[in-house]
Design a protein around this ligand. Structure first.
Ligand SMILES: O=C(O)C[C@@](O)(CF)CCOP(=O)(O)OP(=O)(O)O
Length: 326
């Protein structure tokens, strides 16, 4: 009774920012992401009646207690879903450089949900798997699918209609996503803590909710039309609005470092030169820059030349859940 699954990281273009239900990971707003090809988590799960607790190995080493507790709490949700009593041996390998500023929790929870259900021999559709992954980490529900993905916030209190749906396959629009790694000096406010604080204290949070669904509709139209200018403008504005809620929270917090602004300004200069590039930023100082594949080389060199940028990692749209052996 064992199975292996692989899930790729995703970058939000229209942000999930705020929960209406902390326990069920139900979002205040719908969101939209692009799954990346280069970074992923591969997870093996083996249920064993001899185990007295879940055993978790991460990147070849026994995981720290906090990680094991988090994983085991999620496995309890999987066991409840499956009517399963046994504990499991879990082995995860992250092809996501920790300092890459790309959340490995999304790919990690998605891969775990897929491998656990498979190991139990339960056939589930994408919707069910997305609902399970969401209860590990909200953004994980989007990593079930490849390419462009929408997480529909849903209306029901039980979350049975809050899941991801595929919008456009990873093969249908050749974009580049360049992740600019900058030094992070300060302790980060986690996305979970960050969104909680903004929901409860930012005077701008109401305005966020009033405009995010319009942004989502514009992004979906742009994707359907392969209109990169329209998509770029809305994703950049949406990211800035999300960060406006953190700056206006109480106590206020800012995810950006000076290097973050260096990248934002370089992207503006690129556009002045007629090179279309747009940035997005999550709960950290790193900046992800999107451009069309034809401009990748130019944008890569411009971003790499910024002294405060440590490294630029080039990604393209990637696949949804895959099952081993690999
Ligand atoms: O990814 C996005 O839509 C936007 C963010 O990355 C912006 F920082 C938030 C991701 O939050 P996540 O880590 O999924 O939170 P959890 O549900 O509390 O685990």
């Amino acid at each position: 009774m064992e199975a292996t699954a692989r899930a790729h990281t995703n970058i939000a273009l229209i942000k999930y920012w705020g929960k209406r239900d902390e326990k069920l990971f139900l979002p205040m707003n719908s969101s939209l992401s692009i799954t990346l090809d280069r970074f992923y988590t591969t997870t093996k799960v083996a249920f064993d009646s001899a185990l007295k607790a879940d055993v978790f190995f991460l990147n070849g080493k026994p995981a720290i207690d906090a990680e094991t507790t988090k994983i085991s709490r999620f496995m309890d949700k999987i066991r409840a879903f499956a009517g399963e009593k046994r504990y499991a041996y879990i082995e995860s390998q992250n092809e996501v450089p920790i300092a890459a500023g790309l959340a490995s929790s999304a790919s990690g929870m998605a891969a775990l949900a897929a491998a656990a259900v498979k190991a139990l021999g339960i056939e589930v559709d994408g919707r069910t798997l997305s609902i399970l992954a969401r209860q590990g980490s909200g953004s994980a529900c989007r990593s079930i699918y490849g390419g462009f993905v929408e997480w529909q916030k849903g209306e029901k209190a039980d979350g049975s209609d809050s899941h991801a749906v595929p919008l456009l396959s990873e093969d249908d629009w050749d974009l580049s996503i360049l992740s600019c790694l900058v030094e992070s000096k300060q302790k980060k406010v986690s996305s979970r803590e960050g969104m909680k604080r903004t929901v409860s204290t930012s005077p701008f949070y109401k305005a966020w909710l009033e405009t995010v669904e319009t942004d989502l509709a514009a992004a979906k139209s742009a994707i359907a039309a392969r209109d990169f200018t329209m998509l770029g403008r809305v994703l950049e504005a949406n990211a800035l609005k999300m960060h406006a809620t953190t700056i206006s929270a109480n106590p206020p917090f800012l995810y950006w470092q000076s290097a973050t602004l260096d990248v934002m300004q370089e992207v503006a200069l690129l556009r002045e030169r007629g090179i279309e590039a747009y940035f997005t930023i999550d709960a950290g100082p790193n900046v992800k820059v999107l451009c069309e594949r034809k401009d990748e080389e130019t944008v890569y060199h411009a971003l790499s030349a910024i002294p405060s940028v440590r490294e630029v990692l080039v990604c393209h749209p990637g696949p949804g859940i895959q099952y081993g052996p690999f």
